[in-house]
Ligand binder design. Structure first.
Ligand code: SAH
Length: 249
């Protein structure tokens, strides 16, 4: 059995209880070494075989799994496996080889970053949607999903995998309608001990990153949710009735 497990954003106690149990029982762990906190490997039994997938190809990873399919294998991905996790290609090979697997969710870095900033992505009166995206790099992004087109929505944006291209990112955000002074943030290594969080503006992204020596392992957050204005929620409004509570007046 193979368990794809989300390791969480960095802090080792942000793995789920279920993910931790899978690790405790693992015969083999294949972890994404570039971003998964190595302290998590201490949870695995001492005789567990450990592989770092950062140094392996898809074929090499799958060979380890296929040759050991009678064992308990944890494939440990950073954050949540469904976000830029490249799990689909692994799942399809497991299907072809009739190997059982499941997926255990994890805390994505986008939530680690929001927590670091004590921010709420979905502020009433500001935005009720979150766009998760990235700049095109070696992996292309469909044209209809270019930053400038997505920026037109004015929704809260979380931009992954783009910390090395912030000049271009700002340009595209501004082309899409964000004012140069719109609030933006960079969160580096959210929830790790060396986490850095920087509040800046859309036009200030590149210089803020440079000043702080950040060019990877960071998320860029953009949108009015980082500002000061919003409306209070209906859910907790005394004048609003819903399934669990009658309006008080
Ligand atoms: N599945 C992961 C994302 C993997 S893609 C998740 O759910 O978080 C790798 C990118 O995620 C990095 O380039 C960076 O943009 C972001 N990232 C991962 N961990 C991070 C962290 N702790 N803090 C900030 N960004 C992080």
């Amino acid at each position: 059995m193979v368990h794809f497990v989300g390791a969480g954003p960095g802090a080792p106690d942000l793995i789920t209880v279920r993910g931790q149990k899978y690790l405790e029982n693992a015969d083999i762990v294949i972890y994404a070494g570039s971003l998964v906190n190595k302290e998590l490997l201490d949870i695995a039994p001492p005789d567990c075989e450990i592989y770092n997938s950062a140094e392996m190809t898809l074929e090499e990873v799958m060979d380890v799994i296929i040759n050991n399919s009678d064992k308990d294998i944890v494939r440990l991905h950073t954050g949540d496996p469904s976000v830029y996790g490249a799990i689909r290609e692994q799942e399809d090979i497991l299907e072809k080889n009739d190997i059982d697997y499941d997926v255990c969710p994890g805390v994505s870095s986008m939530f680690g970053a929001a927590a670091a900033l004590k921010a709420e992505y979905t502020l009433p009166g500001v935005s009720q949607s979150v766009i998760i995206t990235r700049m095109a790099g070696r992996t292309p992004v469909p044209e209809k999903e270019s930053i400038e087109l997505l920026a037109e929505h004015g929704a809260s944006m979380v931009i992954f995998l783009s910390a090395g291209m912030l000049d271009k990112l700002s340009e595209k955000l501004i082309l899409g309608g964000y004012g140069p002074d719109s609030p933006a943030a960079i969160v580096y290594k959210a929830t790790w001990e060396d986490e850095k969080k920087i509040i800046t503006t859309v036009s200030g992204l590149a210089s803020a990153a440079k000043e702080n020596g950040i060019n990877k392992t960071a998320l860029v957050l953009v949108g009015g949710f980082l500002g000061d204005e919003y409306e209070r929620s209906k859910l907790y409004d005394p004048g609003f009735t819903h399934g669990c509570r009658e309006a008080s007046k």
